[in-house]
Design a protein around this ligand. Structure first.
Ligand SMILES: [Cu+2]
Length: 261
């Protein structure tokens, strides 16, 4: 008898935490993030309403059919009802997926912007490194044998390549606000993952592959980049930051970095 009201109260408490947004994401900082959140809310409302009805029905069944001395009766079930709710669920969930796929496609399969600013990312146990082509706009050649973290050369830049002379290597990601970015991702050892909550983006970085990720950040600030693939003992401390800065600050930062080389 008590189980039914416990289930109902728990249901209401759980729904309250979602409606009041007690634990919620940080606000999105681009158009993709807004679209992503809208899709998340649509899914949450649909599944939330079903959850509410299912839990109240569960409590009602517990109350209605509790042991009160009556003889139990056997039921074969109802094929019509089974077919109905299975079909309705299938249509609903495939529908949600189809709507959501559009948002995924816009990030991962859309025509890339040819003017996107290229930035290289090298992930390794347990750090991220970023490389900018410098004022000449060209990435210098690299050689795996030259990779040397202690000497500040995580990419293995070749000293004798003039295109690499002005390359900028940074432990944190700096991007100009409102500009399309092309992040070219590599891993030196195991699978890592690039994740920025505020961008609503998450992409695995797979060794042996060059994975491009296009995005844009429209809100200046500093955002965390935690590695989101369990990549070894030091995984918990593998993180960097993304600083979204004004165009002028970004140019100034690049010049300073180039001057320090
Ligand atoms: Cu990692």
């Amino acid at each position: 008898m008590l189980l039914a009201p416990i289930i109902w109260v728990l249901t209401v408490v759980i729904i309250y935490f979602f409606v009041a947004k007690v634990w919620w994401f940080p606000p999105p900082i681009n158009q993709h993030g807004v679209a992503y959140d809208e899709q998340f809310m649509r899914t949450l409302i649909i599944t939330g309403v079903i959850f509410l009805f299912a839990q109240f029905a569960l409590g009602w069944v517990i109350m209605r059919y509790r042991d009160d001395g009556r003889r139990a009766s056997y039921s074969h079930g109802n094929n019509k009802l089974e077919t109905l709710w299975t079909t309705a669920t299938a249509i609903l969930f495939v529908g949600i997926v189809l709507v959501g796929t559009k948002i995924w496609v816009a990030v991962h399969l859309a025509e890339p912007d040819p003017h996107a600013i290229p930035i290289e990312l090298m992930a390794k146990q347990f750090a991220f490194a970023f490389r900018y082509p410098g004022p000449d706009g060209k990435f210098g050649a690299t050689d795996l044998k030259l990779v040397n973290d202690a000497a500040g050369n995580p990419f293995g830049l070749k000293d004798n390549d003039p295109a690499g002379k002005d390359d900028i290597v940074s432990a944190s990601l700096k991007v100009p606000v409102g500009q399309p970015i092309k992040l070219i991702m590599h891993s030196r050892d195991v699978i890592h993952n690039f994740f920025v909550r505020e961008l609503r983006l998450k992409q695995d970085i797979v060794p042996g592959m060059e994975i491009p990720l296009y995005f844009q950040a429209d809100q200046p600030g500093i955002y965390e980049i935690p590695c989101s693939e369990l990549c070894g003992l030091g995984h918990f401390q593998m993180r960097s930051t993304m600083q979204v800065m004004s165009e002028a600050d970004f140019e100034k930062w690049k010049q300073e970095q180039a001057a320090n080389r």
